[in-house]
Design a protein. Structure first.
Length: 290
Protein backbone atom coordinates (compact mmCIF):
# COMPACT_ATOMS: atom_id res chain seq x y z
CA UNK A 1 0.00 0.00 0.00
CA UNK A 2 2.91 2.35 0.69
CA UNK A 3 4.15 1.86 -2.88
CA UNK A 4 0.70 2.74 -4.21
CA UNK A 5 0.65 5.88 -2.07
CA UNK A 6 4.04 6.96 -3.45
CA UNK A 7 2.88 6.18 -6.98
CA UNK A 8 -0.19 8.40 -6.52
CA UNK A 9 2.07 11.21 -5.37
CA UNK A 10 4.35 10.75 -8.40
CA UNK A 11 1.36 10.70 -10.79
CA UNK A 12 0.01 13.98 -9.41
CA UNK A 13 3.36 15.78 -9.64
CA UNK A 14 3.94 14.52 -13.19
CA UNK A 15 0.43 15.47 -14.35
CA UNK A 16 0.43 18.92 -12.74
CA UNK A 17 4.17 19.67 -13.19
CA UNK A 18 4.09 21.33 -9.78
CA UNK A 19 4.83 20.12 -6.28
CA UNK A 20 2.69 22.91 -4.85
CA UNK A 21 -0.38 22.11 -6.99
CA UNK A 22 0.03 18.37 -6.42
CA UNK A 23 0.33 18.85 -2.66
CA UNK A 24 -2.89 20.87 -2.65
CA UNK A 25 -4.72 18.23 -4.68
CA UNK A 26 -3.49 15.44 -2.39
CA UNK A 27 -4.08 17.42 0.83
CA UNK A 28 -0.41 17.16 1.77
CA UNK A 29 2.19 19.66 2.83
CA UNK A 30 4.83 20.59 0.27
CA UNK A 31 7.54 19.01 2.41
CA UNK A 32 5.62 15.76 2.86
CA UNK A 33 5.13 15.43 -0.92
CA UNK A 34 8.81 16.23 -1.57
CA UNK A 35 9.78 13.53 0.93
CA UNK A 36 7.51 11.00 -0.84
CA UNK A 37 9.11 11.63 -4.22
CA UNK A 38 12.60 11.40 -2.72
CA UNK A 39 11.63 8.09 -1.06
CA UNK A 40 10.41 6.75 -4.40
CA UNK A 41 13.55 7.90 -6.22
CA UNK A 42 15.80 6.40 -3.54
CA UNK A 43 13.92 3.10 -3.55
CA UNK A 44 14.11 2.85 -7.33
CA UNK A 45 17.62 4.31 -7.49
CA UNK A 46 16.70 6.77 -10.23
CA UNK A 47 15.79 10.44 -10.56
CA UNK A 48 12.23 11.05 -11.72
CA UNK A 49 12.16 14.86 -11.94
CA UNK A 50 14.51 17.73 -12.68
CA UNK A 51 13.35 20.46 -10.32
CA UNK A 52 14.32 24.03 -9.69
CA UNK A 53 12.61 26.75 -7.66
CA UNK A 54 10.41 27.52 -10.68
CA UNK A 55 10.07 24.42 -12.84
CA UNK A 56 9.43 20.69 -12.57
CA UNK A 57 10.40 18.57 -15.59
CA UNK A 58 10.20 14.80 -15.77
CA UNK A 59 13.38 12.87 -16.52
CA UNK A 60 13.42 10.11 -19.13
CA UNK A 61 12.86 7.63 -16.30
CA UNK A 62 9.87 9.65 -15.10
CA UNK A 63 8.41 9.73 -18.61
CA UNK A 64 8.71 5.94 -18.86
CA UNK A 65 7.17 5.41 -15.44
CA UNK A 66 4.13 7.66 -15.87
CA UNK A 67 1.96 5.49 -18.20
CA UNK A 68 2.74 2.42 -16.10
CA UNK A 69 1.82 4.34 -12.95
CA UNK A 70 -1.54 5.32 -14.45
CA UNK A 71 -2.23 1.67 -15.36
CA UNK A 72 -1.26 0.47 -11.88
CA UNK A 73 -3.42 3.03 -10.08
CA UNK A 74 -6.42 2.36 -12.32
CA UNK A 75 -6.10 -1.37 -11.73
CA UNK A 76 -5.77 -0.84 -7.97
CA UNK A 77 -8.93 1.30 -7.94
CA UNK A 78 -10.84 -1.40 -9.82
CA UNK A 79 -9.70 -4.11 -7.41
CA UNK A 80 -10.53 -1.99 -4.36
CA UNK A 81 -14.01 -1.18 -5.66
CA UNK A 82 -14.69 -4.81 -6.46
CA UNK A 83 -13.51 -6.03 -3.04
CA UNK A 84 -15.21 -3.35 -0.97
CA UNK A 85 -18.60 -3.59 -2.69
CA UNK A 86 -18.71 -7.33 -3.17
CA UNK A 87 -19.70 -6.62 -6.75
CA UNK A 88 -17.87 -6.20 -10.01
CA UNK A 89 -18.19 -3.47 -12.61
CA UNK A 90 -17.79 -4.10 -16.31
CA UNK A 91 -16.95 -1.02 -18.38
CA UNK A 92 -17.46 -1.37 -22.13
CA UNK A 93 -16.93 1.10 -24.97
CA UNK A 94 -18.31 0.37 -28.41
CA UNK A 95 -19.56 1.80 -31.67
CA UNK A 96 -23.17 3.01 -31.89
CA UNK A 97 -24.31 0.12 -34.08
CA UNK A 98 -23.17 -2.39 -31.47
CA UNK A 99 -24.96 -0.55 -28.67
CA UNK A 100 -28.25 -0.42 -30.51
CA UNK A 101 -28.19 -3.84 -32.11
CA UNK A 102 -26.14 -6.23 -29.96
CA UNK A 103 -25.69 -5.02 -26.37
CA UNK A 104 -29.15 -5.58 -24.90
CA UNK A 105 -29.49 -9.30 -25.75
CA UNK A 106 -25.94 -9.89 -24.53
CA UNK A 107 -26.70 -8.14 -21.22
CA UNK A 108 -29.84 -10.25 -20.70
CA UNK A 109 -27.86 -13.44 -21.28
CA UNK A 110 -24.92 -12.24 -19.15
CA UNK A 111 -27.14 -11.33 -16.18
CA UNK A 112 -28.27 -14.93 -15.78
CA UNK A 113 -24.77 -15.88 -14.63
CA UNK A 114 -23.49 -12.60 -13.12
CA UNK A 115 -26.57 -10.79 -11.77
CA UNK A 116 -24.56 -8.60 -9.35
CA UNK A 117 -22.15 -7.22 -11.94
CA UNK A 118 -22.85 -3.62 -12.95
CA UNK A 119 -22.40 -2.85 -16.65
CA UNK A 120 -21.55 0.57 -18.08
CA UNK A 121 -21.62 0.97 -21.87
CA UNK A 122 -20.58 4.15 -23.67
CA UNK A 123 -19.29 5.21 -27.06
CA UNK A 124 -16.34 7.32 -28.18
CA UNK A 125 -13.90 7.45 -31.12
CA UNK A 126 -11.97 4.17 -31.33
CA UNK A 127 -8.49 5.67 -30.82
CA UNK A 128 -9.65 7.35 -27.58
CA UNK A 129 -11.33 4.14 -26.45
CA UNK A 130 -8.10 2.21 -27.06
CA UNK A 131 -6.21 4.62 -24.82
CA UNK A 132 -8.82 4.11 -22.09
CA UNK A 133 -8.37 0.35 -22.43
CA UNK A 134 -4.57 0.58 -22.23
CA UNK A 135 -4.89 2.75 -19.12
CA UNK A 136 -7.20 0.03 -17.70
CA UNK A 137 -10.09 2.41 -17.13
CA UNK A 138 -12.32 0.16 -19.23
CA UNK A 139 -12.38 -3.60 -19.74
CA UNK A 140 -13.64 -4.24 -23.26
CA UNK A 141 -13.83 -2.60 -26.70
CA UNK A 142 -16.47 -3.56 -29.28
CA UNK A 143 -15.87 -2.05 -32.72
CA UNK A 144 -15.87 -2.93 -36.38
CA UNK A 145 -12.80 -5.05 -37.11
CA UNK A 146 -11.65 -2.48 -39.66
CA UNK A 147 -11.55 0.15 -36.92
CA UNK A 148 -9.74 -2.16 -34.51
CA UNK A 149 -7.15 -3.01 -37.17
CA UNK A 150 -6.18 0.65 -37.49
CA UNK A 151 -5.69 1.33 -33.79
CA UNK A 152 -2.32 2.37 -32.34
CA UNK A 153 -0.75 -0.19 -29.98
CA UNK A 154 -2.76 -2.93 -31.68
CA UNK A 155 -0.06 -5.42 -30.70
CA UNK A 156 -1.16 -5.01 -27.06
CA UNK A 157 -4.72 -6.10 -27.82
CA UNK A 158 -6.30 -9.55 -28.00
CA UNK A 159 -9.15 -9.40 -30.51
CA UNK A 160 -11.96 -11.95 -30.78
CA UNK A 161 -14.35 -11.90 -33.74
CA UNK A 162 -17.92 -11.94 -32.45
CA UNK A 163 -20.04 -11.36 -35.57
CA UNK A 164 -19.55 -11.24 -39.32
CA UNK A 165 -22.46 -10.75 -41.71
CA UNK A 166 -23.24 -8.66 -44.81
CA UNK A 167 -24.58 -5.12 -44.61
CA UNK A 168 -27.89 -4.43 -46.31
CA UNK A 169 -28.91 -1.15 -47.89
CA UNK A 170 -32.26 -0.06 -46.43
CA UNK A 171 -34.74 2.68 -47.35
CA UNK A 172 -38.38 3.63 -47.04
CA UNK A 173 -41.00 1.45 -48.67
CA UNK A 174 -41.76 2.73 -52.17
CA UNK A 175 -38.35 4.34 -52.67
CA UNK A 176 -37.38 4.68 -56.34
CA UNK A 177 -34.17 2.75 -55.72
CA UNK A 178 -36.18 -0.43 -55.11
CA UNK A 179 -37.27 -0.69 -58.75
CA UNK A 180 -34.08 -2.47 -59.85
CA UNK A 181 -30.65 -3.62 -58.73
CA UNK A 182 -28.01 -0.88 -58.44
CA UNK A 183 -24.24 -0.79 -58.52
CA UNK A 184 -22.19 0.99 -55.88
CA UNK A 185 -21.40 3.74 -58.42
CA UNK A 186 -25.12 4.42 -58.71
CA UNK A 187 -26.18 4.26 -55.06
CA UNK A 188 -23.49 6.68 -53.85
CA UNK A 189 -25.34 9.42 -55.72
CA UNK A 190 -28.08 9.31 -53.10
CA UNK A 191 -27.84 10.94 -49.69
CA UNK A 192 -26.66 8.52 -46.99
CA UNK A 193 -26.90 8.57 -43.19
CA UNK A 194 -24.46 6.23 -41.45
CA UNK A 195 -23.67 5.43 -37.82
CA UNK A 196 -20.18 4.40 -36.73
CA UNK A 197 -18.53 5.38 -40.01
CA UNK A 198 -15.29 6.52 -38.41
CA UNK A 199 -12.02 7.50 -40.05
CA UNK A 200 -10.32 4.19 -39.25
CA UNK A 201 -13.10 2.30 -41.05
CA UNK A 202 -12.87 4.67 -44.01
CA UNK A 203 -9.09 4.25 -44.25
CA UNK A 204 -9.47 0.46 -44.27
CA UNK A 205 -11.47 0.51 -47.52
CA UNK A 206 -9.80 -0.26 -50.86
CA UNK A 207 -8.39 2.97 -52.29
CA UNK A 208 -10.70 3.01 -55.35
CA UNK A 209 -13.79 2.47 -53.18
CA UNK A 210 -12.66 5.08 -50.66
CA UNK A 211 -12.12 7.62 -53.46
CA UNK A 212 -15.56 6.88 -54.92
CA UNK A 213 -17.25 7.55 -51.57
CA UNK A 214 -15.17 10.66 -50.90
CA UNK A 215 -15.89 12.07 -54.37
CA UNK A 216 -19.63 11.82 -53.67
CA UNK A 217 -19.40 13.04 -50.07
CA UNK A 218 -20.64 9.76 -48.57
CA UNK A 219 -21.90 9.75 -45.89
CA UNK A 220 -23.78 13.02 -46.07
CA UNK A 221 -24.97 12.51 -42.48
CA UNK A 222 -22.60 10.92 -39.98
CA UNK A 223 -24.59 10.24 -36.79
CA UNK A 224 -23.92 8.56 -33.45
CA UNK A 225 -27.28 6.79 -33.50
CA UNK A 226 -28.22 3.94 -35.79
CA UNK A 227 -31.85 4.43 -34.76
CA UNK A 228 -31.70 8.05 -35.96
CA UNK A 229 -30.25 6.93 -39.30
CA UNK A 230 -33.06 4.42 -39.65
CA UNK A 231 -35.73 7.04 -38.92
CA UNK A 232 -34.24 9.31 -41.58
CA UNK A 233 -34.40 6.44 -44.07
CA UNK A 234 -38.02 5.65 -43.15
CA UNK A 235 -39.19 9.23 -43.58
CA UNK A 236 -37.18 10.54 -46.55
CA UNK A 237 -35.16 9.62 -49.63
CA UNK A 238 -32.05 9.08 -47.48
CA UNK A 239 -30.44 5.63 -47.50
CA UNK A 240 -28.73 3.84 -44.63
CA UNK A 241 -27.31 0.41 -43.81
CA UNK A 242 -28.10 -2.31 -41.29
CA UNK A 243 -26.60 -5.73 -40.63
CA UNK A 244 -28.40 -8.37 -42.64
CA UNK A 245 -30.12 -10.00 -39.64
CA UNK A 246 -31.59 -6.69 -38.41
CA UNK A 247 -32.55 -5.56 -41.90
CA UNK A 248 -34.42 -8.78 -42.67
CA UNK A 249 -36.46 -8.60 -39.46
CA UNK A 250 -37.56 -5.03 -40.25
CA UNK A 251 -38.26 -5.82 -43.91
CA UNK A 252 -40.41 -8.81 -42.90
CA UNK A 253 -42.37 -6.57 -40.51
CA UNK A 254 -43.05 -4.12 -43.34
CA UNK A 255 -41.29 -1.23 -41.59
CA UNK A 256 -38.68 -0.68 -44.31
CA UNK A 257 -37.46 -2.11 -47.60
CA UNK A 258 -33.95 -3.05 -48.64
CA UNK A 259 -31.52 -5.34 -50.39
CA UNK A 260 -27.92 -6.59 -50.04
CA UNK A 261 -25.51 -3.66 -50.07
CA UNK A 262 -23.56 -3.27 -53.33
CA UNK A 263 -19.83 -3.17 -52.70
CA UNK A 264 -19.58 -6.15 -50.35
CA UNK A 265 -19.54 -4.20 -47.07
CA UNK A 266 -19.72 -6.43 -44.00
CA UNK A 267 -20.79 -5.91 -40.39
CA UNK A 268 -17.68 -7.47 -38.82
CA UNK A 269 -17.39 -6.80 -35.10
CA UNK A 270 -14.45 -7.64 -32.84
CA UNK A 271 -14.11 -7.66 -29.05
CA UNK A 272 -10.75 -6.29 -27.86
CA UNK A 273 -9.11 -6.70 -24.44
CA UNK A 274 -5.54 -6.17 -23.31
CA UNK A 275 -3.21 -9.02 -24.27
CA UNK A 276 -1.50 -9.01 -20.90
CA UNK A 277 -4.71 -8.81 -18.89
CA UNK A 278 -5.73 -11.85 -16.90
CA UNK A 279 -8.71 -13.66 -18.35
CA UNK A 280 -11.38 -12.03 -16.20
CA UNK A 281 -14.37 -14.42 -16.23
CA UNK A 282 -16.97 -11.67 -16.49
CA UNK A 283 -15.27 -10.16 -19.55
CA UNK A 284 -14.82 -13.54 -21.22
CA UNK A 285 -18.44 -14.50 -20.52
CA UNK A 286 -19.75 -11.20 -21.91
CA UNK A 287 -17.82 -11.83 -25.13
CA UNK A 288 -19.40 -15.31 -25.28
CA UNK A 289 -22.85 -13.75 -24.82
CA UNK A 290 -22.31 -11.54 -27.85
Amino acid sequence: MDDLRLMRHFEAVYRLLSFTAAAQELNLTHSALTKSIKTLETGWDTQLFHRTTRTVVATEAGKKLYPKAVELLAFADTVRQSVSSGEHELNIVSGPGVIEGMIHPAIMQFAKRFPRTRINVSTMPPHLAAEELIQRRIHLLLYHNASLAGLPNKDRLRITNVVDEPYWMVHRCGHAIASRAHSLEEVVRYDWALAGYDRLFEQSLPSDMRKLLQDHGVPHYRLLSQAACLELAKQSEILTTLPQSQARRLIESGAIDGAPHPGGFRFSIGAAVLHDASREPTVEHFIDCL
